[in-house]
Design a protein around this ligand. Structure first.
Ligand code: AMP
Ligand code: MG
Length: 430
């Protein structure tokens, strides 16, 4: 229970505290943002374009797999009962009546005393109930074009069903194969091919319009004039968006004039989200907020987090808008914390925290009481995942992010933690 201090009691310190109380918790900000987004609709795309995409429907087998009984070896299809006596001392001779390469249907129904040469994957002839591999016969010549022998001698008995892949052995028609929400991997594509799925239902890619802003920003490739820096966020944010499965509408770099910002935002039509960085603090050249407010609505929040305290959220002409802080690390962390969950929601994920792990601190750690995202390197030691900070944690110091493979999440209110404390972390490279 907080007691409201009398105005006269306020000294500089408590003013600062009161200001802190207006900082919005990360969780609340994220909830408010996520509320605006829905899962995007499904579209059908060719299987060969579907790797990395999110499956929009459960996939069930429309057929048994294998589709037909077939041989798992190059050999001879026969009746197991014909060769029960076969052994190195007793060879059983059978008449070869058919030749069945993969992709060809058998022409004969096998009877006792008969065999058919059969290749791996070829359909088993009716009547046969076992396959003896060529290695266990006197016909081990598999050179291409080898003519069919009239007779074959079998060296070894075969169990009923030996070397036969039965229809439906792997998968029964109707079985569930891949769940909705699965990010499709190479083996999933193979499975869908096996089932003959040519057009795959996937969630449409989120379309994100990406804007950088600031007079100081110079595109790479140009030489820097005095006072300028290279535009970093366009590259990090684009890469993050692409790895998360988005399509990008590049809005370029707006300079710090209302006209330039307006012109850039006009290109955002059709986007599911406008993502900008910088130009949203209290600077005298920060026009983005005013334009969003005019063309839609805007919330400016100060988030109880470090780095990335200022965050804007709203909409521009009915398109949701997220404005990240400008410093390269702030923009990066802001993306991980607020934008990635949004993208995952648009892609149908119900668990935006799936990259969270528990790590142990290798060293004691100081924090400032805000929810902090600290750059760290994690490594395995004695069966535990340990974490060590990667150096200077300033919001412009991207090098410590380059050296990091995780962000440690220090909860709000925590000022220091001893070594060996277990805390939550966000793995960056998974
Ligand atoms: P601002 O919010 O516009 O005041 O930007 C905050 C800080 O981030 C300034 O030092 C900017 O120069 C820097 N910054 C903003 N955008 C970028 C960018 N795209 N690449 C590199 N640094 C940036
Ligand atoms: Mg700026």
């Amino acid at each position: 229970m907080f007691l409201k201090p009398r105005e006269t009691d306020l000294d500089i310190k408590s003013l600062a505290n009161r200001k802190n109380m207006t900082l919005l918790p990360v969780k609340d900000a994220l909830e408010r943002i996520l509320d605006v987004f829905k899962t995007l609709p499904a579209i059908h795309i060719p299987l060969d374009k579907s790797v990395g995409r999110i499956l929009a429907e459960d996939i069930n087998a429309k057929t048994d797999l294998p589709i037909f009984d077939n041989s798992s070896m190059d050999g001879f299809a026969l009746l197991a009962s014909d060769v029960t006596q076969a052994g190195s001392a007793t060879l059983v001779t059978l008449e070869v009546v058919d030749d069945i390469p993969a992709g060809k249907m058998p022409t004969k129904h096998l009877r006792s005393g008969e065999a058919a040469r059969i290749m791996t994957g070829a359909p088993l002839p009716p009547g046969a109930d076992a396959v003896v591999p060529v290695e266990e016969t006197d016909f081990n010549d598999r050179a291409p074009g080898t003519a069919l022998p009239e007779k074959v001698k079998i060296y070894k008995a075969a169990k009923l069903g030996a070397n036969i892949r039965k229809r439906g052995d792997d998968i029964r028609e109707g079985a569930s194969i891949l769940p909705r929400g699965q990010r499709l991997r190479a083996q999933d594509l193979g499975m869908l091919a096996m089932l003959g799925v040519a057009q795959v239902p996937v969630i449409r890619k989120p379309r994100v319009a990406l804007l950088s802003s600031g007079d100081e920003l110079t595109p790479i490739g140009e030489s820097l004039s005095a006072g300028k820096i290279y535009d970093v966020n366009s590259y990090t944010l684009r890469a993050l968006l692409e790895s998360a499965g988005c399509e990008i509408i590049p809005l370029g770099v707006a300079s710090d004039t209302p006209e330039s910002v307006r012109l850039a935002l006009e290109k955002a039509k059709g986007a599911d989200l406008i993502l900008s960085s910088a130009g949203v603090s209290m600077g005298s050249f920060d026009f983005i907020k005013a334009i969003i407010e005019e063309e839609g609505n805007l919330n400016f929040w100060r988030i109880n987090m470090r780095p990335g305290k200022p965050l804007t959220f709203g909409e521009y002409q009915n398109i949701p808008f997220i404005g990240l802080a400008g410093n390269p690390v702030s923009a990066f962390v802001g993306f991980i914390v607020f934008v990635l969950p949004v993208i995952e929601k648009m892609l149908g994920s119900t668990d935006p925290t799936q990259n969270h792990v528990r790590v142990r601190l290798a060293e004691p750690l100081q924090s400032d009481g805000r929810e902090s995202y600290l750059r760290a390197h994690t490594y395995r030691k004695n069966g535990h995942l340990y974490a060590k900070l990667t150096g200077h944690q300033g919001s412009g110091n991207l090098f410590s992010m380059v050296q990091a493979n995780a962000l440690l999440i220090i909860p709000a209110g925590v000022k220091s933690l001893p070594a060996e404390t277990e805390i939550k972390a966000w793995l960056l490279d998974s």
